[in-house]
Design a protein around this ligand. Structure first.
Ligand SMILES: Nc1nc2c(ncn2[C@@H]2O[C@H](COP(=O)(O)OP(=O)(O)OP(=O)(O)O)[C@@H](O)[C@H]2O)c(=O)[nH]1
Ligand SMILES: [Mg+2]
Length: 356
């Protein structure tokens, strides 16, 4: 047995919810497999949850939780659920009732990451219900939300999902950090493909695994608790905040209001954000030497420090722009004349609607 002090390894539970969550959870599993024995990364356990089996093929049975239908009377019992078809209230009651059992079988860890889409009808309800339960227990949660503006339904579902997190934050008087990615969002005048979104999600989970490894010198659990629960150490009120991870180069261009930041650095990199944007709270940890040496750009310059920024502007800006788009689309559909009836009384349709 070693007679020196060692810290225990941090651990993360990923709840991969709904179709997009499951697809991304599978990718996270592949990358976390590579670092499964590396103490510089938190250990990641993934639970896949859905109302449907459509995305679950090949998953180990003990990692997948299929939401079962809720019923009050035995005669009301349905056999099984098979998706929500983008209707967020379709299975909401069954989802709500399943959460305690889900959390018993797949218990939360030090930090719980929920990955899901906003546009669908299952992950966008599952993840907020799980979050509500975890927040009630005072546990730490980070959301990775993939929004979409493909259709008006995607947009309104994404809006309602963001609003759900605002509601949970309010009810629990506790902040919720959301790393928001958007399929097809405007970025440098081009559209972000879902592959780019996927790789951003993987980078986010991988970086959080390093941040929560418990192996960054000078950074302890309380520092990270205060980073996420900034109301304990700043004048900011709890609410939803966007999480953005910036390195030394990208931090220079970050121009939104910073509420709190967790920074990983090397002995020589310093911890500054390199801008006039001074956060209300910053906690700092030294990245293990083995990892510091791989965080470099094309010219072999260190990209450290790495900043995990929480901003109250990011997520509100996204919500504002989705709201604007949805209002325009709704106005357009409502201004269309009523659907022209193709059948008149003269057509003499039968009771079945068949015109002979
Ligand atoms: N980036 C990314 N987006 C995805 C992926 N799979 C689905 N999406 C997006 O997620 C939205 C569809 O939501 P899903 O997650 O499939 O829906 P769900 O949660 O399973 O809900 P229902 O199928 O309606 O019951 C669409 O906007 C897709 O573009 C993926 O692998 N990567
Ligand atoms: Mg689905």
């Amino acid at each position: 047995m070693s007679n020196t002090i060692e810290r225990t390894r941090g651990n993360i539970r990923v709840y991969a919810c709904g179709g997009a969550g499951i697809n991304l959870g599978r990718m996270v599993e592949t990358i976390s497999e590579k670092s499964k024995d590396n103490l510089n990364f938190a250990q990641i356990d993934i639970t896949y949850v859905d109302t449907s089996l459509a995305n679950a093929k090949g998953l180990p049975k003990d990692c997948f939780y299929h939401i079962q239908p809720s019923y009050t009377h035995i005669s009301d019992r349905e056999d099984t659920l098979d998706g929500s078809g983008q209707k967020r209230d379709e299975n909401a009651e069954s989802v709500k009732q399943a959460i305690p059992d889900l959390l018993l079988k797949h218990p939360p860890k030090d930090i719980n990451i929920l990955i899901h889409s906003g546009g669908g009808g299952s992950g966008s309800v599952l993840a907020p219900f799980i979050t509500a339960q975890l927040k009630k227990k005072g546990l730490e949660v980070i959301i990775i939300l993939i929004g979409s503006r493909d259709t008006l339904k995607d947009i309104t579902n994404t809006i309602d999902t963001i609003k759900s997190y605002a509601g949970i934050s309010k009810v629990n008087n506790s902040p919720i950090a959301i790393a928001y990615e958007e399929n097809g969002s405007e970025y440098n005048n081009s559209r972000l493909s879902s592959q780019v979104v996927d790789s951003n999600v993987l980078l986010t989970v991988n970086s959080l695994a390093v941040l929560f490894s418990k192996n960054n010198e000078r950074l302890d659990t309380k520092d990270l608790e205060h980073w996420l629960n900034f109301q304990k150490v700043t004048d900011y009120q709890p609410g939803i905040v966007g999480l953005q991870i910036c390195d030394r180069n990208t931090a220079k261009d970050f121009d939104q209001n910073i509420v709190s930041v967790a920074t990983l650095h090397s002995e020589t990199s310093g911890t500054s954000l390199g801008s006039n944007n001074i956060p209300s709270y910053q906690c700092r940890g030294i990245l293990p030497e083995e990892l510091s040496s791989v965080v470099v750009d094309e010219d072999n310059n260190s990209k450290l420090p790495l900043h995990f920024i929480l901003s109250d502007e990011i997520i509100v800006d996204s919500l504002f722009s989705l709201n604007k788009l949805s209002a325009g689309l709704k106005e357009k559909s409502q201004s269309r004349p009523n659907m022209v009836s193709l059948i008149s009384d003269d057509d003499n349709a039968s009771d079945d609607g068949i015109v002979l």
